[in-house]
Design a protein around this ligand. Structure first.
Ligand code: COA
Ligand code: AMP
Length: 628
């Protein structure tokens, strides 16, 4: 079927379309109905279907001829280690890890928080939770203790799984102080912590901090526990506009169906192929395309613990792709910009045999046309942009290579994928015509795999996504659709910024900066960065009578954001100003500030309260008065 035929089928007969997709999976008892609504009116997929995601990802393949196929390749230039697991070996590791969790009292519906580096145990632990019907919540290792604490507090886990350290290039990040501080801050002082001891960092075990390796060895393997399709598989927290991250809920059934469908329709791979998402298990890309989709579909997945550059050089991606015969490579544009910066002529590409590499996919931020062109030119491979979010779990728009390869338009993620009815709305909620910019919205119901609600906060689900335009999910991105139905995503229209493909909230940074005793008020905006896409930039008004120097305050602010949000926030620039530019009703003129920070032309808004405030900031920026 062509793209258009599938898109029409999914739109006109969603029940039939998605039940057909569901039939590709091995249910314990298949769903009779595709779509239903729960007591809140939320759409739910495949209610009544009984299944287990870890069974689909592992046991099913072991029973159907893939037991000896490599399921997972761990490649770590930073730990100088490589390891491979067949499907049978991975299933055994997962079932003994599940047994270890069961021995700690973890059962169906319990939450387990994972704070893990990119080691195989991260994926194994996720699948072990799925095996028991427990709900995992992975927290990215670059987040500081406070962020971990907020997530622990919200998810209320029965057990926390972690490792003794992460490896960031040459740095060894000791996780123990962060975990214990997070437990203290979240008042979960007695939650057991199972620690995977890595050779780079020793841990002192005690009654609370337990030896994962030893416990797993003693554990009885645990079998798969049947769950309903609508039972949650995981919670993944993502930045919103406030300081409190939203717990995106992913269900089991819709997710498995969407993962399986996307591997074929979007990525155009076959079971047995090697698929590499060069992301981190702490992000949605890692959940979907390092762990679940490749395994559910019977591929070999790669878990890479390293960077695109410096581990050891800008040829790292090409080395991994060539050594493991990768068919599809998926990474964020920022990774390719980092490679391009270090190896502008692509000299290192030529050192490796990339003949097995069929396609490169990019997502996580806007794919700027120069990066698209550079990657195509240097690798001689097709590059496909696709747009998606933590909330959806898989691409909303893309070039569905498994259905047909549509012409690429630089700057566009191509077309809405089958199942998604993407539309552009104006401020009043009316649909815009071609080329008109507005809010990118998706007509309800969202297809399988997308979030059914926010963990423990139905009201937030409604207020964040559904209230603004009844009948639609609001993505938070702005953009337009051209005459050929190509979607152009132009960026966030809320307080979310994208730093090196990591989604962060400027509102949250403002809360941290604003809590410094010397700060009267502040604004944090995202300003353009050639490598990372955007980086945060702070404008700070000090309280009268502050004795500290401006440099001292700036330094403390940078450290404060690092300590409370994490180094990944890259908050390294702030200026002290006399006042913030605001409208007469008191709203900070963020758009104008962004334009100023990026050196763009700007018009002084007619609603501005004090035009001199803008002049002062412009002058400071002209003088290069950025505090570091
Ligand atoms: N644990 C602990 N610290 C981490 C971390 C982790 N998992 N990940 C990042 N950090 C730290 C880094 O060490 C760095 O700290 P520093 O300020 O002390 O140097 C800081 O957070 C910023 O990290 P990063 O954004 O990775 O910057 P970088 O300069 O080290 O690398 C890139 C730049 C472009 C190579 C890197 O950002 C990258 O690989 N980006 C791709 C991101 C990606 O795949 N996103 C997934 C979305 S699909
Ligand atoms: P996350 O939830 O971390 O995956 O971030 C989702 C956000 O990243 C989206 O709302 C977009 O702002 C941005 N994004 C992801 N993929 C793309 C893309 N292909 N083009 C433009 N923006 C993207």
């Amino acid at each position: 079927m062509s793209y258009q035929q599938q898109a029409d089928h999914a739109k006109q007969q969603p029940e039939q379309f998605w039940l057909e997709q569901a039939q590709q999976l091995a249910w314990y008892s298949p769903p009779e109905q595709a779509l239903s609504q729960d007591e809140h009116g939320n759409y739910r997929w495949f209610k009544g279907g009984s299944m287990n995601t870890a069974y689909l990802a592992l046991d099913y393949h072991c029973e159907n001829g893939r037991a000896e196929q490599t399921a997972l390749i761990y490649d770590s230039p930073v730990a100088e280690q490589k390891q491979q697991f067949t499907y049978a070996q991975l299933r055994d590791e997962v079932s003994s890890t599940a047994g270890m969790l069961a021995a700690q009292g973890v059962t169906k519906g319990d939450r387990v928080v994972l704070y893990m580096p990119m080691i195989p145990q991260a994926a194994i632990a996720m699948l072990a939770c799925a095996r028991l019907g427990a709900i995992h919540s992975v927290v990215f290792g670059g987040f500081a203790a406070q962020e971990l604490a907020v997530r622990i507090d919200d998810a209320q886990p029965k057990v926390i799984l972690t490792a003794s350290c992460g490896l960031e290039g040459a740095k060894v990040i000791n996780y123990m102080p962060m975990v214990s501080l997070a437990l203290e801050q979240s008042q979960q002082m007695t939650t057991p912590v199972l620690v995977w001891q890595r050779p780079q960092q020793a841990v002192e075990f005690n009654q609370q901090y337990l030896d994962w390796q030893a416990l797993q060895q003693q554990a009885e393997p645990a079998d798969c526990v049947p769950v309903d399709a609508t039972d949650p598989l995981y919670i993944l927290y993502t930045s919103g506009t406030t300081g409190k991250p939203k717990g995106v809920v992913r269900d089991n059934g819709g997710h498995a169906v969407a993962m399986n469908y996307s591997m074929q329709a979007v990525y155009n791979v076959k079971p047995g192929d090697v698929f590499w998402a060069a992301s981190d298990v702490g992000w949605v890309v890692g959940h979907s395309y390092i762990v679940y989709a490749p395994l559910i579909y019977g591929c070999t997945t790669i878990l890479y613990e390293g960077k695109p550059v410096r581990t050891p050089d800008a040829g790292a991606f090409w080395r991994v792709a060539s050594e493991h015969k990768v068919k599809v490579l998926f990474a964020a544009p920022t990774a390719f910009r980092a490679i391009k910066k270090r190896d502008p002529d692509g000299a290192l590409v030529k050192d490796y045999d990339l003949s097995q590499l069929q396609d490169i996919f990019m997502a996580g931020e806007r794919l700027d046309p120069p990066t698209l062109e550079w990657t195509i030119n240097k690798t001689d491979k097709p590059v496909t942009d696709h747009w998606w979010q933590t909330e959806t779990g898989w691409a909303i728009a893309g070039n569905p290579l498994g259905l047909e390869r549509m012409p690429v338009k630089a700057g566009s993620a191509t077309k809405a994928l089958p199942g998604y009815q993407v539309t552009i709305l104006d401020e009043m909620g009316d649909e815009c015509g071609p080329m008109a910019q507005g809010f990118i919205a998706i007509k309800l119901p969202l297809p399988p795999g997308c979030l059914p609600t926010v963990w423990g906060d139905q009201a937030r689900f409604e207020s964040a996504y559904l209230k603004q335009f009844p009948g639609y999910y609001v993505s938070g991105d702005g953009g337009y659709i051209d005459e050929d139905d190509y979607l152009f995503v132009m960026g966030r229209i809320d307080d979310v910024i994208n730093v090196a493909g990591h989604r962060l909230s400027t509102g949250e940074m403002e809360e941290v900066v604003g809590a410094h005793p010397a700060v009267a008020e502040c604004a944090v905006i995202g300003s353009h960065d050639d490598l990372k896409g955007q980086v945060p930039f702070g404008l700070v008004v000090l309280k009268d009578g502050v004795q500290q120097s401006e440099q001292e305050v700036s330094k403390e602010l940078v450290q404060k954001v690092r300590n409370e949000i994490g180094p990944l926030a890259c908050f390294k620039q702030a200026i002290i100003v006399q006042r913030l530019p605001k409208t007469r009703s008191g709203k900070i003129l963020r758009r104008t500030l962004r334009q100023l920070a990026d050196g763009e032309e700007y018009a002084i808004p007619s609603t501005i309260d004090d035009p001199a405030s803008l002049g002062e900031i412009e002058e400071l920026m002209r003088q290069g008065r950025t505090m570091i």
